[in-house]
Ligand binder design. Structure first.
Ligand code: NAD
Length: 482
């Protein structure tokens, strides 16, 4: 059985303890590889390698970083099929989705930030006749990048690429549930000629390997994407050490459909927004609010379309949805279905455990569920479920729906459907979210700031925001006047 290895100091190495963990394919329920159960000693070795590599990488002219990051992108693209299969086996998502969304986006991340390395410019503030100030933006040193399982390579590279482009060295940890694409990335980095120690990937569990990265005194910043509870713990650990923090956390995003919407676009995108990747995208719309005049028509059409989605073997070309990522997450989502019923919810469709024939009969499958009859304050509508379970509710006024939409601890994203231009801008301004989509969902320009407010996190990723995060600004004031 395949053994995943750590990538430290330019080499693929086993964990110092010799301990490995099982890596389960959620579609089959079977162990299909082993991953290092790394601890603080592996992290210390990775940090030492990064520290050693840092002076040369930081001093490299931008063209060097540009060329290597582009080469990494090219090599991932050339082997897209292996990356997509690894992602599907780890995560349970349809191979077609990994092939068309996740891996191409990881390629774009490297290309985008390769270019940023070449284009980055600093500010100058002249004081006429007296002095000139300029801002030197210098890399931080060794930084930690910790990512979740839902979009494994996409989110890992969304952190690593800007960190490297800005001249930092990285100690990264992918989710222990989805390590395989990061292992393939390590091999690609070796082939691309990335200097030893510039990127180090340590596999393992959050409380051991992840915690050791956050605690290491030489790691200057943590870029973390994951759950809100983990983010809170990381903040509590890192804040007293004055580390820079970017935390991209959970969401409970509303889809708001006004009666004057383009019905076809709204209903098809609401379905996609609710159930893409089985609802396991932080940006998924899991609370669907529909204005009264079109509520019944919209609900019935949504239920019809969602009932037609096929859940099954991720490798089958006709599967729209695959397996949930792990047994424990599958059970957690089932627990929320039971809670929704206890709270008085009616399941309009889905919520059934599915047992596909053949190799996937032991996998973690659940059909996509829509629940009606719950109010905005109940736990089902307040807590992040992060699975194929959404609620639908009718609203009357703009004021009412804004209160519901803003009435959770989270503030990541919303999608709003209306043809009224003034209302679109008004609602966007009042939504307490980091991202608002009007008449669309998941449309992303990589230059825009990405992130949430409230318990959805602090800091922003994307474009120059990411480069700024991974650099320290130093003001130099040069007096030339008398
Ligand atoms: P998680 O918080 O359990 O784990 C995320 C990562 O943190 C994993 O690599 C894990 O090993 C590591 N980790 C766990 N404990 C740690 C510790 N004490 N110190 C350091 N690292 C530790 O999250 P998950 O279940 O992998 O991912 C799902 C969550 O991620 C959801 O809440 C989802 O909303 C969120 N998410 C947010 C965004 C965003 O951009 N806001 C994007 C994707 C996912």
């Amino acid at each position: 059985m395949e053994r995943i290895l750590n990538y430290i100091g330019g080499s693929l190495v086993p964990p110092r303890s010799g301990r490995f963990l099982d890596n389960v394919n959620p579609a089959t329920g079977q162990v299909y590889s082993h991953i290092p159960d790394s601890d603080a000693s592996d992290v210390a070795e990775a940090v030492a390698a990064a520290q050693q590599a840092f002076p040369d990488w930081a001093a490299a002219v931008p063209e060097v970083r540009f060329r290597i990051l582009n080469r990494i992108a090219d090599l991932i693209e050339a082997d897209l099929e292996s990356f997509a299969l690894a992602e599907s086996n780890d995560n349970g998502k349809p191979l077609s989705v990994a092939r068309s969304v996740d891996i191409p986006r990881a390629v774009s991340n490297f290309r985008f930030f390769a270019t940023a390395a070449m284009q980055f410019a600093s500010e100058a503030h002249p004081m006429p006749g007296q002095a000139v100030n300029y801002t030197l933006r210098q890399p931080l040193g060794t930084v930690g990048c910790i990512s979740p399982w839902n979009l494994p390579l996409y989110l890992f590279t969304w952190k690593i690429a800007p960190a490297l482009a800005a001249g930092n060295c990285v100690v990264g940890k992918p989710s222990e549930l989805t390590p395989m694409t990061a292992f393939l990335l390590a091999k690609v980095c070796i082939e691309a000629g990335l200097p030893a120690g510039v990127l180090n990937i340590v596999h393992g569990l959050g409380p051991s390997a992840g915690q050791a990265i956050v605690e290491h005194p030489s790691v200057k910043a943590i870029s973390f994407t994951g759950g809100t509870a983990t983010g809170r713990h990381i903040a509590a650990t890192a804040a007293p050490m004055f580390k820079k923090l970017s935390l991209e956390l959970g969401g409970k995003n509303p889809s708001i459909v006004f009666a004057d919407c383009d019905f076809e676009q709204a209903v098809s995108t609401a379905a996609r927004s609710a159930f893409s990747n089985n609802g396991q995208i932080c940006l998924c719309g899991s609370r669907i609010y529909v204005q009264k005049p079109i509520y019944e028509q919209f609900r019935d059409e949504l239920v019809r379309r969602v009932s037609a989605l096929r859940t099954g073997d991720p490798l089958a070309a006709d599967s729209d949805l695959g397996a949930l990522v792990s047994r424990s997450h599958w059970e957690k989502v089932q627990g929320y279905l039971a809670l929704a019923k206890e709270e008085g919810g009616r399941i309009l469709c889905g919520g059934e455990l599915i047992r596909p024939e053949g190799r996937c009969s032991e996998g973690f499958f659940l059909s996509p569920a829509i629940i009606e009859g719950l109010d905005a304050q109940c736990r089902t509508n307040q807590e992040e479920i992060f699975g194929p379970v959404v609620t639908i509710q009718a609203f009357e006024t703009e004021e009412e729906v804004l209160q519901w939409a803003n009435g959770t601890d989270y503030g990541l994203a919303a999608n709003v459907w209306t043809q009224d231009l003034s209302r679109a801008h008004r609602v966007a301004e009042r939504l307490q979210m980091g991202i608002v989509w009007i008449n669309c969902w998941m449309l992303r320009d990589l230059r825009t700031p990405f992130g949430g407010v409230k318990h959805s996190g602090i800091g922003r990723e994307g474009g120059w925001e990411a480069i700024r995060f991974f650099t320290e600004p130093k003001n130099v004031c040069v007096k030339y006047g008398k």
